[in-house]
Ligand binder design. Structure first.
Ligand SMILES: [Ca+2]
Ligand SMILES: [Ca+2]
Ligand SMILES: [Ca+2]
Length: 412
């Protein structure tokens, strides 16, 4: 993971569920500057003029000022409004107010942190962390051909499920990622949100989210590929920037949106950072709301990353077309199931197609099978890997739909 900061660093106005509108960071800086002016012997008129000039300057200097403060995820005592006021009094700003857990994401100057930790309204403060996608870079985007059945879709026998009319009709699947190509001829996007810049579209400026979306629900038509659940409704939740990087607090805001909007399945082909209690709480809230969350185990050949390792998140490792464990795949506690993740052909940004490898590609095979309303665990194939690598086994949409156990064969 590179040390590059995501573009969504600056503070943005947030509207809470209660209707509370939290001030943006730049407005706070304005009041801060005005406070500094108090006590000077300037004439009132001059002071007013200066306030105006400083307001304009404050907006321009916002990014550099933001670099000196940190982002945190904070569990609060209700009501949200009072906790938000405490943060703002400390010179900070509120980035997100979560609907489904008593928590907020904030940005505060480092020196204000100790004071906030003593505030009885604040239960817990965790540092925010950087999260990234879980795919290897693409080799070369091939030109779109006639529709083919990608090996991964064939291996999990999704085509058997399709023949039994398990197509994902009515299932709402959120791709929490870099966005989705909104005009791709092989995809249909039902809705979404851009968390990192709510004023902008949730179109994919990276390619990763579009690739994941195609594995889940590429349309059954004449072109390109077919997804696991070709009739499912796709929702693009853009939490990662053009470089595939993002903040945990933004990803949490995306999951929060998924719960509030009644998604059935949430795919997170991303991970990193460390355990954050608030993110675990949010995943618990999702489970209580019957939102199924699937996440990629990670590509470091090491321990399972977060969010895949959280309880109530289905962690997915990757296998290749010979059912061998992918050399890059993470393994250990947190792997619940395995799925194809090496040389996976799917949709890509710009209306194209690409072949990618990663646990990012494995997770959507599982998310798609869940979108078919099928039980993934009791039917998973034992491919004779250790449990720390395969979990319950390789996901098997075919057996789940037909009751027939027949590893990866053509239609019976
Ligand atoms: Ca097959
Ligand atoms: Ca297609
Ligand atoms: Ca099976």
């Amino acid at each position: 993971m590179s040390g590059r900061q995501p573009s969504g660093v600056r503070s943005i106005p947030v509207r809470a569920a209660s209707g509370l509108v939290v001030c943006s960071g730049r407005l706070l800086q304005q009041s801060c500057f005005i406070r500094k002016l108090k006590g000077t012997k300037m004439k009132l008129q001059t002071r007013f003029l200066l306030s105006f000039l400083i307001l304009v300057c404050a907006i321009l200097v916002c990014p550099s000022d933001a670099q000196q403060s940190g982002r945190y995820i904070v569990t609060i005592q209700a009501p949200t409004e009072q906790a938000a006021e405490a943060v703002m009094r400390a010179g900070g700003s509120v980035i997100h107010v979560y609907d489904n857990i008593p928590a907020i994401a904030i940005q505060v100057p480092a020196q204000a942190l100790a004071g906030l930790q003593r505030n009885p309204l604040i239960v817990d403060i965790e540092p925010d962390s950087i999260v990234s996608t879980m795919a290897k870079p693409p080799k070369q985007p091939p030109t779109p051909p006639a529709q083919t059945l990608p090996w991964g879709i064939n291996r999990i026998d999704a085509e058997w499920a399709h023949a039994k009319d398990y197509l994902g009709q009515g299932a709402k699947v959120a791709v929490v990622d870099t966005g989705i190509d909104l005009t791709h001829p092989d995809l249909g996007v039902a809705g979404g949100i851009n968390i990192i810049n709510p004023a902008k579209s949730y179109a994919d400026d990276n390619g990763h989210g579009t690739h994941v979306a195609g594995i889940i629900a590429a349309r059954d038509n004449a072109i390109g590929v077919i997804g696991v659940a070709p009739a499912a409704s796709l929702y693009a939740v853009k939490v990662l920037n053009r470089s595939g990087m993002g903040w945990t607090s933004d990803i949490m805001a995306g999951v929060d949106w998924c719960i509030t909007e009644g998604m059935d399945v949430v795919n997170m082909s991303l991970g990193g950072g460390s355990y954050i209690q608030e993110f675990q709480n949010l995943c618990d809230a999702a489970a209580a709301a019957e939102v199924q969350i699937v996440a990629a185990a990670g590509n470091e050949s090491g321990a399972v990353s977060y969010p895949a390792a959280y309880a109530n998140v289905i962690g997915v490792s990757a296998t290749d077309s010979s059912d061998a464990f992918a050399s890059f795949s993470n393994f250990g506690i947190g792997v619940d199931i395995a799925a194809p993740g090496v040389s996976i052909y799917s949709t890509y940004k710009g209306g194209g197609y690409a072949t990618l490898s990663g646990t990012s590609m494995a997770a959507p095979h599982v998310a798609g099978t869940l979108a078919l309303s099928l039980n993934i665990f009791t039917t998973a194939d034992d491919i004779e890997l250790p449990a720390i690598q395969q979990g319950d086994g390789l996901v098997d949409a075919g057996e789940a739909a037909t009751g027939i156990e027949d590893y990866g064969d053509d239609l019976p």
